[in-house]
Ligand binder design. Structure first.
Ligand code: ATP
Ligand code: ZN
Length: 304
């Protein structure tokens, strides 16, 4: 399928997501929960939006910021690490970045960490002076070294950064870490975090001035609704009126509840939208404070 021509004015919104990798499935799931559906094309690089005029482009994550900067895509879902690295690249070459983070999306969490061989005794960053640091994030690392006033040598690598010390290419690494298992498997330990990352919605710095403005606003509204409800549950229970103050203290993350009297008794039936995680322990605590008939219901959608 050939892509619709790029014109200055567009009626459809185009979102770039990772074709295959850590962010592809959760990015698709998030967009689907915002009510988007697509017709798959045979080459599977472009998916035509069916429920709304919002199309998907499936690409390598590193290409997403540039696609937005070039206007080939309107929005993208990408790691903050990739976005920040490319912003740093544009800043150092005096280019004003054309893209920025619009929303943090709450998945794909990881850190950009400095990691040293396990047998190093780590004291502070001054130990890095004169060292060789392997990384796929030379822009972010250079920025950080500058702010710390440290003169170290950056060894840019595109992959397999964590084995660079073993191969004698570097003394330490600056790499993405989530569980730390890959570092440990290579006898490295994390000592400093340069950036806390997660998947973000990236978009242009300048607002849209055509039909895309309304589409982007609609998508953001739905996305905010979905993100807000991530851990939210509807809690139903009954309680005696006098236990209510104690119960509400246990529900600091709840919206003001709907309270209904149960006919002819002093019992109340309540329903409250709670935004925090509803663990078994929280339910036990509520029960001990006087709640009964506790029921936790999933919340699929909300439009404030
Ligand atoms: P592509 O082929 O699209 O270039 P990739 O190999 O660069 O893929 P992935 O390994 O799928 O990308 O990682 C995509 C994003 O997932 C990262 O940029 C980062 O934001 C996030 N991520 C979360 N945890 C980790 C991790 N442990 N290691 C690397 N990336 C992680
Ligand atoms: Zn990549």
């Amino acid at each position: 399928m050939s892509l619709p021509a790029l014109t200055a004015v567009r009626e459809r919104l185009r979102i770039a997501i990772q074709k295959s990798g850590r962010l592809s499935d959760p990015a698709r799931a998030l967009l689907a929960s915002c009510g988007l559906s697509w017709r798959e094309s045979r080459d599977r690089l472009f998916c035509y939006g069916e429920s709304l005029p919002v199309d998907l482009l499936l690409v390598r994550d590193d290409d997403i910021p540039r696609l937005i900067a070039d206007g080939a895509c309107d929005l993208g879902i990408v790691g903050r690490n990739v976005l920040a690295e490319q912003v740093s690249g544009r800043e150092s070459s005096q280019l004003v970045p054309a893209f920025r983070e619009w929303r943090a999306l709450g998945f794909g969490a990881c850190r950009l960490d400095l990691a040293v061989p396990e047998d190093w005794i780590w004291r502070d960053a001054s130990q890095l002076a004169g060292m060789r640091i392997a990384t796929s994030y030379p822009g972010l690392l250079e920025q950080w070294l500058d702010t710390q006033g440290i003169d170290a040598q950056i060894v840019p690598l595109t992959g397999s950064v964590e084995i660079a010390p073993k191969l004698g290419q570097a003394d330490l690494v600056c790499d993405l870490v989530s569980s730390g298992a890959t570092l440990a498997a290579n006898q490295l330990k994390p000592v400093l975090t340069l950036l806390q990352s997660e998947a973000v919605l990236a978009g242009p710095v300048k607002p849209f001035t055509d039909a895309r403005a309304e589409l982007a606003a609609l998508l953001l509204r739905r996305m905010d609704g979905v993100l807000r409800l991530k851990d939210s549950k509807l809690l139903l229970f009954q309680a005696q009126r006098q236990t209510l103050p104690a119960l509400m203290k246990l529900l600091p993350d709840a919206e003001p509840p709907t309270v209904m009297p149960v006919d002819g008794t002093d019992t109340l039936a309540l329903q409250a939208l709670c935004h925090g995680v509803m663990t078994w322990q929280r339910l036990e605590d509520l029960k001990h404070a006087g709640a009964c008939g506790l029921m936790v219901l999933p919340v699929e959608r909300m439009l404030a």
